[in-house]
Design a protein around this ligand. Sequence first.
Ligand SMILES: [Fe+2]
Ligand SMILES: [Fe+2]
Length: 178
Amino acid sequence: MQLDASAPAVSTITLSRSSPNQTNLAAANPPSAPPSRRWPRDWPSQQQLLERQHGRLEDLLNSLIAEARTMGPLATAIGVPWDALDCRRLQRALGLHLRLEERWLAHWDCLDAGHRASHRLARTAAHRAGPCIGDSDANPTSYLKWLHGLREWFLVHRDGADAIAYSRADHAYRQQQP
Ligand SMILES: [Fe+2]
Ligand SMILES: [Fe+2]
């Protein structure tokens, strides 16, 4: 928090030294345009990004499981609602990854019906989490079970369907190269 609070002050000092005139300051720092996200178009870069997402998803699943194991009994004891847990972040990260992966694998003609069906199952499972839909019956045990189920799907899927499809996409990409 302290670092965040000090950042604008440091930035102001730097700007004042280089451009004491307010008009110059404005000209030197026009309102920034909204960041445009450009997705990579070549398979090696796409694969790199997808693998980074895999790594982040695994880390997120592991940390949520560890958090649920540690905090679960405490949260129950003090009456913290389970929907306060950050499973929505996991749902968003998983949703984005599945969308990108489907789009790019389809582009390289490497997304088969089984792979799509597996993603559909994961999406459905991810959005059925009691803690995320305000299920008052949700409890630490069911939350952990949900997380473990998602992690199991993720690990098996990454090393199975994804690995095969990525290898095919790599081959398709190389075929296109001059
Ligand atoms: Fe994946
Ligand atoms: Fe996949």
